[in-house]
Design a protein around this ligand. Structure first.
Ligand code: NAD
Length: 360
């Protein structure tokens, strides 16, 4: 929530202001950079988001929420974070009283996204939440409701939708340079050999498994490439290594309107990273399709879409900060994250029922 609304809300003046347009309230100066608090200081926060927040123009790293006290001095020293902007999971709600923090960015295991999104929203802060949005559609709805009730934005961390080469092929769904899309193939995964058998990514409880982690890239790509919602899905899931209690590999087929089909594969057993779109007069592909840099396009008539030279996460966070500052809808709102989770739920159901065809 911006400073003005926080002030007005705290002072209980919302009604008075709306009926007294000429009142002499002295409003705090509009911030040039919104303050972000990272919630969860694991791999993605440490290696990607915090460094990217040193490059952003419209937001900056101001706070942290962590359950690991040993990380606090390291982060404070590296990023100059004030002691008053350091929280843990028990006192995170007190962020409500901190005007330096405008946004909480939830970078926790997937099974914790809902809980901390709601705590952030109830504290009056805008919420950026990592993908996948949550464990099921009900959780997604609860997150959307909490953010709407508190009049804060909810944005899901689907970075590819902010990535310029990906945005170019998204535009092709209307300009159709190769004619109508007929089918697409998407694969995203990496070889993982986890040392800790308790790692949350291996287990179902906190939203582990390849589908939630990497499969959502292929699903989201199928939806943004076509601009359509699937009408049916069939899926199979399996784990060849016993450590992978949640799915090690998921393969699913999506049926879209107009006879468009998508085949998607995700796995923790191989490095795969390609999106190929077949159209009536040619094809285009991105390879890699979801890496942090180097996303590159090629086409059937020999064109190349050269990789973006900027920092993906910085662009994503600046796009999202500008949406808040300009009071515009974010590029990837909670509703978009929920559309994927609806399909993910059907994928799990289909796989559990011998690849049953699930209709939407
Ligand atoms: P991670 O395991 O490295 O970090 C998770 C953090 O959560 C750790 O700091 C851990 O201490 C903390 N945590 C708090 N409560 C916990 C609990 N009960 N169990 C386990 N950990 C707990 O994970 P990560 O790779 O940083 O992923 C975090 C989120 O970011 C996930 O939702 C993931 O999908 C997402 N992510 C997104 C991208 C992207 O490109 N958009 C990339 C990586 C991860």
């Amino acid at each position: 929530m911006d400073n003005r609304r926080t002030f007005i809300k705290k002072a209980g003046l919302l009604t008075a202001v709306s009926i007294m347009p000429s009142c002499n309230l002295i409003l705090p100066k509009k911030k040039e950079k919104l303050g972000v608090a990272l919630v969860g200081l694991g791999y993605y926060s440490r290696d990607l988001l915090a460094p990217a927040l040193q490059l952003t123009k419209h937001c900056e790293l101001k706070g942290i929420v962590t359950g690991s006290p040993e990380k606090i001095p390291i982060w404070q020293q590296k990023y100059g974070i004030a002691a008053k902007n350091v929280y843990n999971y028990q006192n995170m709600h007190e962020i409500a009283n901190n005007d330096e923090i405008d946004i909480v960015y939830i970078v926790l295991p997937n099974g914790l996204h809902k809980k901390y999104t709601i705590i952030g929203a109830n504290a009056g802060k805008h919420v950026w939440c990592e993908k996948p949005m949550a464990m099921n559609v009900l959780e997604c709805q609860q997150m959307i409701t909490a953010c709407a009730k508190n009049k804060v934005q909810l944005t899901i961390g689907y970075r590819m939708q902010h990535e310029p080469v990906t945005q170019q092929i998204i535009k092709w769904r209307s300009s159709k340079p190769y004619g109508m899309i007929q089918s697409l193939y998407a694969e995203a995964g990496f070889f993982s050999n986890p040392r800790d058998p308790k790692n949350w990514r291996l287990h179902k409880e906190l939203g582990g498994g390849a589908m939630f982690d990497m499969g959502v890239y292929t699903l989201n790509a199928s939806r943004y490439v076509t601009g359509l919602e699937p009408v049916a899905v069939t899926a199979k899931q399996y784990s060849e290594r016993s450590a992978f209690i949640a799915d090690e590999t998921t393969i699913f087929d999506l049926e879209f309107p107009n006879d468009i089909s998508a085949t998607c594969k995700t796995t923790f057993a191989a490095n795969i990273n390609t999106l190929k779109v077949d159209c009536e007069n040619g094809w285009y592909q991105l390879s890699p399709m979801q890496s942090y840099s180097g996303v590159r396009g090629t086409t059937s008539d020999g064109k190349t879409l050269s990789p973006f030279q900027g920092n993906q996460q910085a662009k994503q966070m600046d796009d999202n900060a500008l949406a808040i500052l300009n009071k515009k809808s974010p590029l990837v709102p909670g509703e978009e994250g929920m559309k994927d989770i609806k399909v993910v739920e059907a994928i799990f159901k289909s796989a559990a029922n011998k690849s049953e065809r699930i209709l939407f």
